[in-house]
Design a protein around this ligand. Structure first.
Ligand SMILES: Nc1nc2c(ncn2[C@@H]2O[C@H](COP(=O)(O)OP(=O)(O)O)[C@@H](O)[C@H]2O)c(=O)[nH]1
Ligand SMILES: [Mg+2]
Ligand SMILES: [Zn+2]
Length: 299
């Protein structure tokens, strides 16, 4: 039975790109119910599936493969990499929002690369300082510009062969960046696309854009909800990569690095090995999470 990947889901149809010949898109309906460990599952964009073709263009999805990752909102399976697009200016660089996105990627089990967009508009010393800080935290961060082309080739090679999502606020330059990296893509940019965006409540279908090298990017804003759903306090503590190296040495197992004595993370903050800003944001997210849990108690 042929296999392929769902690249679009719309009105009950799944559009499957054949694995051997990805230019061949077969419009499929789902046949029967798919179950994993007894629970019903719905095929998602990104899923690897087995399908039966009735003819060149139509067929049935017959089975859904194991997923490596599963994002909710947008629902996409098997995403490997998140490109977090944050502009240097317009809108101003927001470390708080970036750190929040990083909590989400860590929790979803995604690798993340930060694209510092519109780097041409930023003071270069400041740009280098942001790069230094996020490298210290443990992330790859690439300053990009569609005007002087910096970072474009590097980012393109990072995306090669992978299924990626582009996440970031509207206006940071996601579409421009994709257009600059891939000459076959022509997404609308600037004010036009913002008008068409019509705010976050418009339901949009998820569609994967083929990159021509086996890779795909999801054409979606990504992580539309930044509330800490389904996250425990310990999950949050473990989403800070820069804490990991120290947390083993905390006196208490399950230490949340807040007021516990003998906490190696707090010590590393005091000695400057962990950035104070990251720790402050961690404290803030913990408060938000606790507030969220209070509001959403099941009793
Ligand atoms: N100076 C500068 N402006 C950019 C750059 N990338 C995008 N822009 C501008 O930022 C605005 C928003 O870009 P767009 O790609 O639509 O952002 P999106 O909403 O994230 O997809 C447009 O007016 C672009 O021309 C860049 O690298 N440098
Ligand atoms: Mg856009
Ligand atoms: Zn601790």
């Amino acid at each position: 039975m042929p296999e392929g990947r769902i690249v679009k889901a719309l009105s009950g149809f799944y559009y499957v790109a054949d694995q051997e010949n990805p230019d061949r898109i077969v419009q499929c309906r789902a046949r029967g119910l798919f179950k994993k460990k007894g629970a019903k599952i719905t095929p998602l964009v990104g899923d690897w599936v087995a399908y039966e073709a009735e003819n060149d263009r139509e067929g049935y999805v017959m089975g859904v493969g194991e997923r490596t990752t599963e994002l909710v909102r947008p629902s996409i399976a098997n995403v490997e990499l998140a490109i977090l697009a944050f502009s240097a200016v317009q809108p101003a660089f927001s470390p708080l929002l970036l750190n929040k996105f990083l909590v989400h990627t860590e929790n979803a089990g995604l690798d993340a690369i930060i694209a510092l967009t519109k780097a041409d508009l930023m003071d270069q010393t400041e740009c280098a300082e942001i790069v230094r800080r996020y490298e210290q935290v443990g992330y790859k961060i690439v300053p990009t510009s569609i005007h002087d082309q910096r970072g474009i080739d590097q980012l393109r090679s990072e995306l090669s062969g992978k299924l990626s999502v582009f996440a970031g606020q509207s206006g940071v330059g996601k579409s421009s960046l994709l257009n600059a990296m891939f000459s076959d893509i022509s997404l609308q940019t600037g004010e036009v696309s913002q008008k068409l965006g019509r705010g976050r409540h418009t339901t949009r279908h998820v569609e994967l854009i083929p990159l021509g090298d086996g890779g795909y990017v999801a054409d979606t804003p990504g992580f539309s909800s930044l509330e800490f759903m389904n996250l425990s306090e310990l999950d949050l503590a473990q989403s800070f990569r820069d804490f990991e190296r120290y947390s083993d040495q905390c006196k208490f197992r399950g230490c949340l690095h807040l007021k516990e004595p003998g906490c190696a993370v707090q010590e590393a903050v005091e000695s400057g090995e962990i950035l104070l800003e990251r720790y402050r944001h961690y404290q803030q997210f913990m408060e938000e999470l606790r507030e969220y849990l209070r509001r959403n108690k099941p009793w």
